[in-house]
Design a protein around this ligand. Structure first.
Ligand code: LLP
Length: 421
């Protein structure tokens, strides 16, 4: 459920008419709903209310500080994967003890930054990384809390590019070697083992792969404890999928997911952490764009938008589907048309949808991509020197630009012409 609904023939974001925001801000832009963000966070928090837990929002999904602050004030921790994300989370007011540092190649600079600024834990992904964390912690005279990310060799049954839990993927250490790696971690100075981490992929639409992975973690926990390690936290990762179409998709709900965690690892007496990104923000954001032209092609009609692949890369990169709806609701019985929905960028990959049947629209009309909140704005670029598009947040009847559109001068003045040129 989200808060982008038609009312009186117009699309609203909570208590704000989308067309009015478009008139003020210009298109294209991302638009987020506070109520939807908070609702989704709350669903996870409630689903884990059977025990001690922390929902660490995977801020890679959408990292605007206004979004982070909204979630942090509701109690969320953060999952960061870079020094930049760490700095952003801190700037948004998140304290270090609520930040989990994930990612397969943390640099020494990033490790130092997090140890100096405060960190809840590093999710360690390899032995060399573990040694680097140990060295830096010793040099700083601090103790680094760590979990080790185990790779359970489970097929997440999702898109290959976002599947991370198979042995051929670059993530974590093979679960079969966990005892050995934990033993080395325990022997290294400056590290404090606090638990186990697992994450098998993103946009999972079934619980079975989670179950398989979590059962392996449940088996591993007593083994590691018997080896003398303190396993007091289990980080179960993120990855719960969202419905991208209104009609036929029904991925498991956070409450089912929370129940599965309880069933598989609830008896172990650990604090549970999860790192959801997409489910919190995916359906809390839309991308609003304007039709520049409707062009008749050979046996097809192109809807040419002012948004392009640089603004929303997911369809080009993962062949992903986003529902596209007109901002002015089609009247009952109004004509439908079939479009290839494209952007203005000079490559055929700049296609959002092929043969999409939707209500007929005209030049100048506003449309919205649904489910664009996660991995939308954060994956955008300035390809074709197209300015990064604004982000807007609504809360009830209030709406604010939370990232402004840069001017051409701001973009081009970042280049430096060498003196010798
Ligand atoms: N934790 C870790 C270690 C991750 O690698 C990820 C996502 C998450 C948590 C959050 O997963 P989520 O709950 O959002 O599924 N750009 C792609 C998705 C990449 C996901 C990367 N890792 C897309 O647009 O579909």
């Amino acid at each position: 459920m989200d808060h982008f609904i038609y009312r009186d023939g117009q699309l609203w974001a909570e208590e704000c008419p989308v067309a009015e925001i478009a008139a003020e801000v210009g298109t294209p832009f991302y638009l987020y709903s506070t109520a939807t963000l908070l609702r989704h966070y709350q669903l996870f928090d409630d689903a884990l209310s059977w025990g001690p837990h922390l929902v660490c929002y995977a801020m890679k999904a959408a990292s605007n500080q206004a979004i982070l602050k909204t979630l942090a004030e509701a109690g969320a921790g953060m999952d960061v994967v870079s020094g930049g994300e760490y700095a952003r989370a801190r700037a948004a007011g998140v304290s270090g003890d609520k930040i989990v540092f994930a990612g397969v190649g943390k640099t020494r600079g990033e490790i130092r930054q997090a140890l100096e600024g405060g960190i809840r834990q590093f999710n360690v992904e390899s032995e060399p990384e573990m040694r680097a964390i140990s060295e830096i912690a010793v040099a700083l005279g601090v103790e680094a809390p760590v979990t080790i990310r185990v790779n359970p060799d489970v097929d997440a049954k999702t898109h290959a590019k976002i599947s991370t839990g198979k042995s051929e993927n670059k993530f974590g250490i093979p679960i079969a070697r966990a005892r050995e790696v934990y033993a080395e971690a325990a022997a290294l100075p400056g590290l404090k083992i606090v638990g186990i981490d697992v994450h098998i992929g993103s946009q999972l639409t079934e619980l079975a792969p989670f179950e398989a992975a979590y059962k392996k973690v449940a088996e591993l926990t007593p083994v590691l404890r018997a080896d003398g390690h303190e396993i007091s936290r289990l980080d179960m990762g993120g990855g719960l999928g969202i419905p991208y179409t209104r009609s036929n998709e029904a991925p498991p709900l956070p409450t089912d997911y929370g129940a599965l965690i309880k069933e598989t690892v609830g008896h172990l007496g650990c604090e549970i952490e999860i790192e959801p990104g997409r489910l919190i923000v995916g359906n809390a954001g839309i991308l609003v764009s304007r039709v520049i032209y409707v062009k008749d092609g050979e046996g097809r009609t192109f809807l040419i938008l002012d948004a392009a692949m640089n603004d929303l890369i997911r369809p080009a990169m993962y062949d992903s589907h986003h529902d596209i709806i007109p901002v002015t609701e089609a009247a009952p019985g109004a004509a439908h048309a079939t479009y290839d929905v494209v952007g203005p960028v000079c490559e055929s990959g700049d296609t959002f949808a092929k043969g999409r049947e939707m209500p007929a629209v005209n030049e100048g009309d506003l449309i919205a991509f649904r489910s664009a909140g996660a991995y939308g704005a954060v994956m955008s670029s300035e390809y074709n020197t197209r300015p990064m598009i604004p982000e807007v947040l609504v809360k009830g009847d209030q709406s604010s630009v939370i990232r402004a559109r840069p001017s051409f001068d701001e973009i081009i003045n970042r280049d430096t012409i060498p003196e010798w040129l």
